[in-house]
Write a protein that binds this ligand. Structure first.
Ligand code: NI
Length: 210
């Protein structure tokens, strides 16, 4: 019967080590995610020449066909997401709605577009109801899976289905979250951080739109 006092002290050593190491691990992870985000953002910022955006044919909330050309003469503020999004989409769209209210007359120059990455569930009617709940200015767009694939590729959007259960609707969509400002000629002007608050967004848009 050898009773040792070693295990308790080893446990507390491990705890001490964990207390010491974990903050660094957490900081490293945050830094890595931050660098990834900044990298994506810089990549988008730096590729103004390398075609972001392009022709698309989609359906508005009334089931009418709209194309990129439908918005010529207006700036397009394009955001990709989906109506079942638990968090990021509603937060972003809420800030966009607030920013446009704060922009004053310049808001009339901008058509905000919400394009679904989940066309299977996001029907025109669902998009209309969802978008109009944020602001009547916001137009929700959906389309066939092929049409959505195409516009996602053009805007360099990342979207992937994440299955959460056995049912056909048991899934979420992982997706990139960037606001794209497109000019009145349809060309890409700048990415805008979708994490911005309404006042930050309003200030940026005021500087970019005239
Ligand atoms: Ni979302």
């Amino acid at each position: 019967m050898s009773k040792t006092t070693d295990p308790p002290s080893r446990v507390s050593d491990d705890r001490r080590r964990a207390r010491f190491v974990l903050p660094f691990a957490a900081a490293g992870l945050v830094l890595a995610l931050g660098l990834f985000g900044a990298g994506v953002f810089l990549w988008l910022s730096g590729s103004a020449g390398a075609a972001i955006g392009g022709p698309f044919t989609l359906e508005n909330g009334s089931g009418q066909t709209v194309t990129d050309r439908s918005f010529r003469g207006k700036y397009m503020l394009v955001y990709f997401g989906y109506t079942y999004c638990p968090d990021v989409c509603p937060t972003t769209l809420n800030e966009v709605a607030g920013a446009l209210d704060q922009l004053g007359p310049k808001a009339k120059l901008i058509q905000p577009l919400f394009i679904t990455v989940d066309p299977r569930r996001d029907t025109p009617a669902a998009m209309k109801q969802y978008a109009s709940a944020f602001t009547p200015r916001l137009m929700g767009l959906t389309g066939t899976p092929e049409q959505i694939d195409q516009v996602e590729r053009e805007y360099h959007v990342y979207a992937a289905k994440h299955v959460t259960g056995p049912g056909p609707n048991d899934y979420s969509m992982d997706h990139s979250s960037v606001l794209y400002l497109m000019g009145p000629d349809g060309r890409f002007i700048a990415p805008i951080d979708a994490g911005d608050t309404a006042p930050q967004l309003a200030q940026k848009l005021a500087g970019l739109v005239s």
